[in-house]
Design a protein around this ligand. Sequence first.
Ligand code: SAH
Length: 213
Amino acid sequence: MKDTLKHRGMRNQLADILSAKGIHDQKVLAAIRTIPRHLFMDSSFEGHAYQDKAFPIAADQTISQPYTVAFQTELLEVKPNDRILEIGTGSGYQTAILLQLKAKVYTIERQLELFKKTNIFFKKMGYRPKKMIFGDGYKGLPEEAPFDSIIVTAGAPDVPKALMAQLKVGGRLVIPIGEEDQIMTLYIRKSGQEFEKKELGTFRFVPLLEDKN
Ligand code: SAH
């Protein structure tokens, strides 16, 4: 597991591509330049790590496309020390980007195999989310709520009510909604009852699945 100058060069190119595709938050682009995406992937795909594409990871899941990661992250408007809930840890790449932006991250994964694998990987790399949980993200994490923002990295048929309830007033929830493909949806909590909703383009995610049992 190495990070070389060549990898760094490819990351810079990837950040330039994302910038050309419309990502303008310089802190997000700097995080893309920093986090070694190739180390989050199986070695058979490593050579492709800096293409702007999703790739398979364990348990039939995918590491999200870099553009999607950057787009969702930009929508969160992360500030240092923000408490962020992430649903769908997967490879941990999105988690690492949020940590690089100095957020306090609480992340939930429902596939045991991936949860274990990414847990070990984080320890090896020194990435430290506040909490990493094996469980069903549909329920959120009520004992740690409210959050400054919540990011869902799998496609949900509808917005889980629990997640809306766990958002601070002024907080942002970014969630792809839809079955076959998804509309990236941003909810901003305006008050106890009011949410502003913005729809921001079509994406394709693996599905957000409810409890296995
Ligand atoms: N951010 C990850 C995305 C992985 S794909 C990455 O870039 O690597 C989406 C992830 O959501 C998968 O790992 C999948 O197992 C997980 N997932 C699906 N339904 C879930 C649920 N209800 N709770 C928590 N995680 C879930």
